[in-house]
Design a protein around this ligand. Structure first.
Ligand code: 5GP
Ligand code: 5GP
Ligand code: 5GP
Length: 208
């Protein structure tokens, strides 16, 4: 019988603040290419269902092929750096994201386009600029969660979801920003459903 593509309803486009990945108990390792910019980095573009669940690892027959993204590598190293240990060149992170999430949108985006549209979304969202122009800076100060969300909504046009984690002193901090994207991978949309989890009402924005 035929295995029919599972489809999906929208994407979460997820960006991580490197300072908040690195200042946890677990710490981090800078990529072999050096310390990333003090900027948000891409975590992934994740197909999702409107009921909150999501498909994963959809096509083992379509494994990551680095030759398909050779023209994007320098941009990926800047915009989608890996911070996991041990230090890597990024390919392992991108391979994981393609195989777990990207293969679930392969009916819409081939591997090259999956990484290409994600880089476009990163550029379009311009999160750090959205925050700093509202006076929200990565300076270890605390900011209200609502102020952070409003600044992003004001700039991007759509309400984000903020994921927090805790630093080594258990302080709640800005870790990841989720924006929703239509199934073409090209347009931000209102989120059909938000992820779960909670932040403190005021959260730290760590330096990096
Ligand atoms: P965590 O358990 O750390 O929140 O998430 C682990 C991984 O599960 C994420 O990096 C991502 O690959 C996947 N994941 C977590 N939450 C979601 C979600 O709401 N939607 C999708 N598509 N993937 C998710
Ligand atoms: P997800 O949580 O999307 O399933 O996958 C995260 C995986 O990618 C984990 O295995 C994690 O170790 C690896 N990884 C490599 N570099 C990074 C990074 O910079 N940030 C995050 N969140 N995960 C990374
Ligand atoms: P409310 O929906 O009343 O603003 O918040 C309810 C709970 O969700 C509170 O614990 C609040 O901190 C949390 N919350 C509100 N907005 C966000 C968000 O964007 N991200 C996360 N992780 N939690 C949020």
């Amino acid at each position: 019988f035929f295995c029919v593509a599972q489809g999906f309803d929208f994407f979460y486009f997820v960006q991580q603040w490197p300072g908040s990945y690195c200042d946890t108990k677990k710490s981090c390792c800078y990529p072999k290419t050096g310390k990333p910019d003090s900027n948000f980095g891409v975590h992934g573009l994740w197909p999702n269902y409107e009921n909150g669940s999501y498909p994963s690892n959809c096509d083992p027959r379509n494994p990551f092929d680095k030759s398909k993204i050779s023209d994007l590598v320098s941009e990926l190293q800047n915009e989608w750096p890996t911070l996991a240990c041990p230090s890597g060149d990024g390919y392992k992170f991108w391979e994981h994201e393609w195989e777990k999430h990207g293969t679930c949108s392969e009916s819409v985006l081939d591997q090259h386009d999956y990484f290409g549209v994600t880089l476009d979304l990163k550029e379009k969202s311009n999160l750090l600029q959205a925050l700093t122009s509202a006076g929200i800076n990565p300076d270890d100060e605390k900011y209200s969660l609502e102020h952070i969300k409003d600044a992003i909504k004001e700039s991007v046009g759509y309400e984000p979801w903020i994921e927090c984690n805790k630093d080594a002193d258990r302080i709640s901090q800005l870790y990841q920003v989720y924006l929703c994207v239509d199934t073409s991978g090209k347009n931000f949309i209102d989120c059909p459903v938000f992820p779960r989890g909670s932040c403190a009402p005021t959260i730290q924005f760590p330096t990096f």
